[in-house]
Design a protein around this ligand. Sequence first.
Ligand SMILES: NC(=O)c1ccc[n+]([C@@H]2O[C@H](COP(=O)([O-])OP(=O)(O)OC[C@H]3O[C@@H](n4cnc5c(N)ncnc54)[C@H](OP(=O)(O)O)[C@@H]3O)[C@@H](O)[C@H]2O)c1
Length: 325
Amino acid sequence: MRPSTAALADAFHAALNAAEAYVGATAPNPPVGCVALDADGLVLACEAHQKAGAAHAEAAVIAACGRRGLNQRIHTLIVTLEPCNHAGRTPPCVEAILATPAKSVWIGARDPNPRVAGGGAGRLAAAGLEISFWHELDHSDASGLKQRADRLVAPFATWCALGRPWLTVKQAIAAGGGMIPPGGRGTFTSQSSLVLAHRLRRRADAIITGSGCILVDDPAFTVRHIADHAGKHRKLAILDRRRRTPRSYVEAAKARGFDVVIGSDLRGLLRELADAGVIEALVEAGPTVLAAFLEHDLWDEHVVIRQSPIPGDQDTVDVRARPAF
Ligand SMILES: NC(=O)c1ccc[n+]([C@@H]2O[C@H](COP(=O)([O-])OP(=O)(O)OC[C@H]3O[C@@H](n4cnc5c(N)ncnc54)[C@H](OP(=O)(O)O)[C@@H]3O)[C@@H](O)[C@H]2O)c1
């Protein structure tokens, strides 16, 4: 017996859902989800990597099976990212897998870390396990599942390959065409756009802004319209060559839990953030800083929120994305 294609596809969905709940919580690691199936395709456990230093998804699944006395039933593991073959803060996942009776492993995305790419899959295959990649699954959802797995790991892949965080640039454009809210108002976007903006913050390890935005808006940059990850601390990176950011603003931002970094060189600031383990950053700034990012081609996702010219109508949202690595 082996799990049916339908059971594998359902398990892929579950593994992705588990991982997606932790997007923004795991830096400098990528979010990863894992499901263990028995030979009949029954789900034994489904877990995600929750934060750096905590168990990797595969180890968490195997531990959960162990707690339920199900370890000897593990037949197939479905994991969104290639299992690691190196000891970091936690032991290598391939060793944990090899200590189970698992016969096959399905992998979503290859590990983009050039130091370990291929190592995990190769080690498991050398030990006699059947290793497959999701795009090989004979199911109508296979390519969609693969895309979700690639997107999950894209910020980490960018950080590994380019030495800078994945950059989401958010821009709100008023019905009249400009980015400046009408006098006295902090925003002109609708409630659904506010929720979207807070979702983007939730998945970011740092917010990047400019001194102009701070001087005019005194923005909080906290996650409010949705629940944030428990215990998450973000960096707030402020581009400010003339040091106009008021000390009182910096102190208030620290009191809100931010680790504040002030920089004058855009690329230098990105390097500093990457070195500090920021794998995804959200650029929330006024038109001057925004233009600098776009002109230097420093973006991975450009989210444009356009206010409707008809009062009360929903904004439209366009997302321009670069292909993931
Ligand atoms: N619609 C939206 O999406 C949105 C979002 C945020 C803010 N806003 C609005 O934007 C307005 C403020 O606009 P803004 O353009 O002054 O704000 P900004 O783009 O946030 O900040 C501009 C400042 O950033 C500094 N900076 C540092 N490095 C830079 C670099 N490499 N390139 C460019 N600038 C750099 C510059 O000051 P130094 O020369 O001292 O370095 C510059 O004056 C406010 O009215 C606010 O409400 C709109």
